[in-house]
Design a protein around this ligand. Structure first.
Ligand code: DGL
Length: 276
C-alpha cells in the first residue's frame, strides 16, 4: 500500500535569480559551500539588463521572478542581482513568506573587512549606484569609511556577450575605474553579480594595491546561517544539484558562463514572464 509521505521542506530548492547569467557567480559559491542543496536558478534573459530600469520596473520583475521560484517550492529566495537587491528586496520581504537574501549587505561586509585605508570604491549598474545602497550598507557598519561609486553601464552587455577578456573590455574598465583610482581606493566592490566574470580584467586595471571584493562567498555564508537558523538546511547525505531556467531561449550566454565558472548545467528550462 502506498503512503503519501509529507514533503520534507529541507529538500526544497534554494531559489536564486538574476536578470541574466551574472547570478551564476552566486550560484557557484552556493554550490561550493552547500553541496547538499538543490539550487533552482532563473535568469530573466528576456528582460536583461535591469540596471538602467526604474525602481518600479525592477520591483515588478523581481516579484514576478520570485513568484516563479515559489512555484518551484523554493525554501528561500536569493536575489543574486545587486540591482534587484538594491531596489526590490524590501518589497519582496513584505510579500513573500520565505526568507529573502540579497547581495548588498554581504558585499558591504566583505568591503569593510578588506579596507585598510578606509577608502572603498564601488562599481555597479546605474540603478544600483543611484540607489546609494552600498554607501548605506557600508556606513551602517562603519560611518567613518569613505565610499566612491561609479556606474559601469557598458560592462553587463560586454560580459553577457562573453567578452570577459578582450581589449575592448579592458578599455571600458580602464575608463570607468580612472575616477575611483584617482581617489586612492584600496578596496573595490564588484557591485554587480556579472562583474566577477571579468575579475581578471578588472584586477589588471585596478592594480595590485586594490583588493577586489564581491558578494558571492559572503552571500553563500549568509544563506547557510539563514537555513540553519530556520532548520531548513538539506541533510548532509543529500546530493544537491543545479537546475537552470531562463525566460528567453538565449543559451549561448549561459554556456559561456558555465565554462567560466566550471559549473555543470544540464538541460535548461524555459519560464515565461508576463511583459517587458
Ligand atoms: N547582475 C545584475 C546586478 O548585479 C544586473 C545587471 C543588469 O541586469 O543590469 O546588478
Amino acid at each position: 500500500m502506498e503512503t503519501d509521505q509529507p514533503r520534507d521542506p529541507r529538500l526544497d530548492p534554494i531559489g536564486v535569480f538574476d536578470s541574466g547569467i551574472g547570478g551564476l557567480t552566486v550560484a557557484a559559491a552556493l554550490k561550493n559551500l552547500l553541496p547538499s542543496e538543490t539550487i533552482f536558478y532563473i535568469g530573466d534573459t528576456a528582460r536583461v539588463p535591469y540596471g538602467g530600469k526604474s525602481r518600479k520596473t525592477v520591483e515588478r520583475y523581481s516579484i514576478e521572478i520570485g513568484g516563479l521560484l515559489l512555484a518551484e517550492q523554493a525554501k528561500i529566495i536569493v536575489v543574486a542581482c545587486n540591482t534587484a537587491s538594491a531596489l526590490a528586496v524590501p518589497r519582496m520581504k513584505e510579500l513573500f513568506n520565505v526568507p529573502v537574501q540579497g547581495v548588498i549587505a554581504p558585499g558591504a561586509e566583505a568591503a569593510v573587512r578588506a579596507t585598510k585605508n578606509g577608502r572603498i570604491g564601488v562599481i555597479g549598474t546605474r540603478a544600483t549606484v543611484a540607489s546609494g545602497a552600498y554607501e548605506h550598507a557600508i556606513h551602517a557598519l562603519d560611518p567613518k569609511l569613505q565610499v566612491f561609486s561609479d556606474p559601469c553601464p557598458l560592462l553587463v552587455p560586454l560580459i553577457e556577450e562573453g567578452l570577459f577578456d578582450d581589449p575592448i573590455t579592458d578599455q571600458v574598465i580602464a575608463r570607468y575605474l580612472a575616477p575611483l583610482l584617482a581617489e586612492n581606493i584600496d578596496t573595490l566592490v564588484l557591485g554587480c553579480t556579472h562583474y566577477p566574470l571579468a575579475r581578471q580584467a578588472i584586477g589588471r586595471a585596478a592594480g595590485e594595491k586594490v583588493t577586489l571584493v564581491d558578494s558571492a562567498e559572503n552571500c553563500a555564508l549568509a544563506v547557510k546561517s539563514l537555513l540553519e537558523s530556520k532548520t531548513l538546511a538539506a541533510p548532509t547525505d543529500h546530493l544537491g544539484k543545479l537546475d537552470v531556467a531562463l525566460t528567453d531561449a538565449t543559451e549561448g550566454f549561459l554556456r559561456t558562463a558555465e565554462r567560466a565558472l566550471e559549473l555543470e548545467i544540464g538541460d535548461v528550462d524555459l519560464r515565461s514572464v508576463q511583459s517587458a
